[in-house]
Design a protein around this ligand. Sequence first.
Ligand code: NAD
Length: 436
Amino acid sequence: MKIAIIGTGYVGLPSGVGFAELGHNVVCVDNNKAKIAALKKGQLTLYENGLEDLFKANTQKGRLHFTTSMKEAVHEADLVILAVGTPPDPVTQEADLRYIYAAAEELADYLTGYTVVANKSTVPVGTGDAVEKIIASKNPKADFDVVSLPEFLREGFALQDFFNPDRIIVGTTSKRAINLLNKLYEPFKEKTPLLIVSRKSSETIKYASNAFLAMKIHYINEIANFCEASGADVAEVAKGMGLDTRIGNRFLNAGIGFGGSCFPKDTLAMARMAQKYGVCMELIETTISGNKKRKKDMAERIWQAVKDIPRPKVGVWGLAFKNGTDDCRQSPAMDIISELINKNIAITAYDPKAMDTAKALVGDKIHYAQDMYSAVKGADVLAILTEWPEFSAPDFSKLEKLMKRKVIFDLRNMLPSKEAAEWDFTCYSVGRKRKR
Ligand code: NAD
């Protein structure tokens, strides 16, 4: 099958690599010339676990191509996948669909033969109808179907999720489109349910799923606050809850709030969509405001520990919105850092993968360290903000030598608290009483 992928970001690039690995002929198109130039030279433009090897193998085998030409990508494609961004509109906070509509306009003229245009971008209900209209009016002779094909991959596990999805959702009523997508997903048939629904249901499934997961994170953070007040331990509570198969154990890690390029914007978009339809969605509204407050509360906890120190220094471990990615978009770590900068706290940060993406966001407002230990040199406090595995077993003797004060905010509950206590560190975690 010839597949064109429009947009080579965190969804488009791993998806393109994945489909090429399955043996398809994939052409990825992006209007960002610098990205395509790098990809053509064999340089990855984002970090994702395991991506590099498959990217190289498939470009070498001639199954994976990159271009800035929409014509080259879409011409003779059986399947065109839209994977462009849908960021929140800065004013209305609805999903901004300008990239989707522009891509639909641009691709319309180059469709040849019967083509399925599948939308992997997260889009409000009814966007499929709008895309269909745009293509049909630009190219009335085009023979095509617009399908909703929502993407559920997790950054950091994008390829693992590509090859082992929990489910594949296809939103269409077209038999021809269903036939083509059944062929595409043939290798997944044995182990993955493929659910065919209406386009509008499919578009809703994506938002309803993300909003639910965001609520789950917000819920466990509220339980963490309760545990701190009551003397229970949120890790034990989450474990006990998670053993109930109706609840499940995932997304029950208390921490600093959810972030990333999806949950914050998708909860906002869902809430705005509901308002448009005159539907009250209080749970989602509360999740959005509660998550904002969570990040401020976490910054406030750190501030309270250093506010009496002249020009305090905080060493930060972790900038990405979660481990396994270099993505700092809407990272709660970055929001906490912004709060601390506003309080005139000097920050030195380290992240195994996200230093460049963080630099692009906050520039020289903070210092960047070469490694995790350099970040805490002379620090009054260490704050752990992203759950990279290497932060879970630090050398406490090194920390003791390097830090000015032995205070750690383990806001991802990663450290062996007993060991920290043995080294006489004051360790604040979330959802349990401070152990010394
Ligand atoms: P991204 O910003 O990383 O990538 C989008 C890419 O599209 C950019 O490289 C941009 O240059 C390119 N682009 C924009 N307009 C274009 C055009 N007209 N022609 C060619 N290229 C164009 O975005 P992303 O994180 O990959 O997300 C894409 C969509 O997938 C969003 O709707 C997002 O909500 C959804 N999604 C993201 C994730 C995730 O984990 N990032 C997961 C599931 C769904």
